[in-house]
Design a protein around this ligand. Structure first.
Ligand code: AMP
Length: 285
């Protein structure tokens, strides 16, 4: 399938053989499916229009589709095309056979440093690519990341992402443990929110829980605003330095992604061309 089919309205559910359910989201189910013609395995996400309209999510879905369909990177879940009928919208997605990162992390408890470092590099690559294309993800967390056949991370769920051609945005969204201070404080924000979230994510890889997690929401808020967190003894000095340079209160002072790529926490565990990537968008930008 090519990008020419992204706005396809000729495709229908009859073009697919539907297989096992892969999961369930708030707005519908996701099934393993195979195109009848090419016998190509995909994940088919089925959303119910009535539910989307009821929850006022139509606008967000349109944005998600526009953004995800135009991104083309090995660490971003590909959306091949979409189509619809009277009641439903179908998103044809790249199939991620190893499922959710959240489950894999829960099962493992925490990841060792080589694995965390490799995953961190993949996230650096994917976020750098998003930012080069003026897309801010805004909702990086293990629940929004899937795992491909070769154990590579695939960022999914662009529901909160925005095209940020120039201006800063002011909407509050995301999950509390991953919320950067500028979003908590309802200030305008920019692509540097994703750097904060990367810091939280790498901490969670290594420790098994996010750095500001607390029993009370109010305490989490306070800790985020004060950038107050601790490292367990087993976290190496390189990993601490990497995380500490991302979990910085002032957005513009966070370590840029290009610098993160060359940080000892990354270079120690990855050779320079470990995550060679495609850097073109499907619409030729
Ligand atoms: P979602 O509605 O996107 O949150 O998807 C619900 C669940 O379906 C996810 O948590 C995954 O377990 C599964 N899922 C969604 N998309 C895919 C995919 N592309 N490949 C494999 N599993 C998926």
């Amino acid at each position: 399938m090519s990008n020419a089919e992204v706005t396809s309205t000729t495709m229908s559910i009859k073009d697919f053989e539907i297989g096992k359910p892969l999961g369930k989201g708030k707005f519908g189910h996701v099934y393993l499916a195979r195109t009848r013609k090419e016998e190509f395995l995909v994940a088919l996400k089925v959303l119910h229009k009535a539910q989307l309209i009821k929850d006022d999510m139509a606008h967000q879905l349109r944005r998600e589709i526009e953004i995800q369909a135009n991104l083309n990177h090995k660490n971003i879940l590909k959306m091949y095309t979409y189509f619809y009928d009277e009641q439903r919208i179908f998103m044809v997605l790249e199939y991620a056979p190893r499922g959710e990162l959240y489950k894999s992390l829960t099962k493992a408890g925490r990841f060792d440093e080589p694995k965390s470092s490799t995953y961190a590099l993949q996230m650096v690559d994917a976020l750098e690519y998003c930012h080069q294309n003026d897309v801010i993800h805004r909702d990086i967390k293990p629940e929004n990341i899937l795992i491909g056949y070769n154990h590579e991370l695939k960022i999914s769920d662009f529901g909160w992402s925005v095209h940020a051609p120039s201006s800063k945005r002011k909407t509050l969204c995301g999950t509390i443990d991953y919320l950067p201070p500028e979003m908590l404080n309802h200030q305008t924000y920019d692509k540097n929110v994703d750097l904060w979230c990367l810091g939280v994510l790498v901490y969670e890889f290594l420790v098994g829980k996010p750095p500001f997690e607390s029993a009370e929401t109010a305490t989490t808020y306070q800790k985020i605003k004060a950038v107050e967190f601790e490292y367990p003894d087993y976290v190496s000095s390189e990993a601490r330095d990497f995380i500490s340079k991302l979990l910085v209160f002032t957005p513009s002072e966070r370590m840029p992604l290009a610098v993160a790529r060359g940080h000892p926490f990354i270079t120690k565990h990855n050779s320079s061309n470990d995550n060679n990537t495609t850097t073109t968008t499907t619409n030729g930008n």
